[in-house]
Design a protein around this ligand. Structure first.
Ligand code: AHM
Ligand code: MG
Length: 336
């Protein structure tokens, strides 16, 4: 059991030896992400001032054009990781292709690649509702000193060495795992320091919250419709409560603390749903499993999917173990 109140910096140093490969490189990388988070947090918190400072597309007083927040977050993350020369490659939901960072230079021995969704929950950005950042870290599979290739990024989620998210909510929190449980840190904005506030986070085995965009109900597969009806039936601890922020990180975070399930199924409009396997589902699935939860595409484990494309989408059922298993039962029963 980790003790509360230590800083993220202290936590990273204390736990360095428990990493699978304890060269210190992963610790440095988590530190770089911590820094990038603070930079993005600063931008997110200024978002409401956009009307005063100039809207996206305008040119500001210095002659710089204003950018949309998700584009800005993307740039800040990539810039911070690039400047620290700590990874050999980055893939981002905001970029068409992956970025190689000095990976063909023999001097650069960096082993890790990072995949990020710099600002997730795009529909919430302009309306002052929580958004998040999601990151995922793998060891490259090609030799160091050679250029990174697509193979370094298209690894199944079970190969992740670390994953995490930042939720820009009523307070800013960074939650991450390196494969030894999940810990949450809250930012004290006055001094810019993250403190361990949520040690050893775990999903309750079951819960009473379901999170899904029910506006798409008629387009859902029969198994999902049946499961939603099950959630609404009056029996035992049901009907469940419906809570949907429309920001994966926030819905996930609440469900992990209170117990619940998040669903983004396939539909007759989108055959693989909406969420991206590499930038959204794999990292959240790794965190869920590390927190005693479960993540599925409706039929099987998310982390075992062999990716074929950087931006591929996948149906996503994630949360308290028993609830995800129940939803899978309905999928199977209806042959959806
Ligand atoms: P984004 O990457 O464009 O922000 O989309 C991902 C988001 C998730 O955070 C959220 O759960 C989902 O899209 C909401 O989608 P919808 O508005 O279709 O319910
Ligand atoms: Mg996203």
């Amino acid at each position: 059991m980790h003790k509360k109140n230590k800083t993220l910096g202290e936590f990273i140093i204390e736990n360095q030896d428990s990493f699978q490969y304890s060269s210190g490189e992963l610790s440095k990388l988590i530190n770089a992400i911590r820094l990038a988070c603070k930079v993005v947090n600063h931008e997110v918190n200024k978002a409401g001032l956009v009307d005063i400072l100039g809207a996206a597309g305008d040119t500001n007083i210095q002659g710089e054009s204003q950018q949309k927040l998700d584009v800005l977050a993307n740039e800040k993350f990539i810039q911070t990781l690039k400047n620290r020369e700590i990874v050999c490659g980055i893939a981002s939901e905001e970029e068409d292709d992956f970025i190689s960072i000095n990976s063909n230079d023999e001097k650069h021995q960096n082993k890790y690649v990072v995949l990020i969704d710099p600002l997730d929950g795009s529909s919430n950005i302009d309306v002052n509702v929580s958004v998040g950042t999601i990151f995922s870290i793998y060891r490259r599979v090609t030799p160091v000193g050679t250029p990174v290739t697509l193979d370094d990024f298209l690894q199944p989620g079970r190969e992740q060495v670390a994953a995490g998210y930042i939720v820009y909510g009523t307070s800013t929190m960074l939650v991450y795992t390196t494969g030894y449980g999940v810990n949450g840190f809250t930012l004290n904005p006055a001094i810019g320091t993250f403190y361990l506030s949520h040690p050893d986070m775990e999903f309750p085995e079951s819960g009473t919250i379901y999170s899904v965009n029910e506006g798409n109900y008629i387009h859902f597969p029969q198994g999902v419709k049946d499961y939603i009806k099950y959630c609404q039936q009056e029996e035992g601890d049901r009907p469940y409560t419906s809570r949907y922020i429309g920001s994966l990180v926030s819905d996930f975070h609440r469900n992990m603390i209170k117990g619940g399930i998040y669903l983004y199924p396939k539909s007759s409009m989108a055959s693989n749903g909406k969420l991206r396997l590499l930038y959204e589902c794999n990292p959240m699935a790794f965190i869920a499993e590390q927190a005693n939860g479960k993540a599925s595409n409706g039929y099987g484990r998310i982390l075992d999917i062999e990716p074929t494309q950087l931006h591929q989408r996948v149906p996503f059922f994630c949360g308290s173990k028993k609830m995800v298993e129940k939803a899978e039962e309905f999928m199977k029963a209806s042959n959806s």
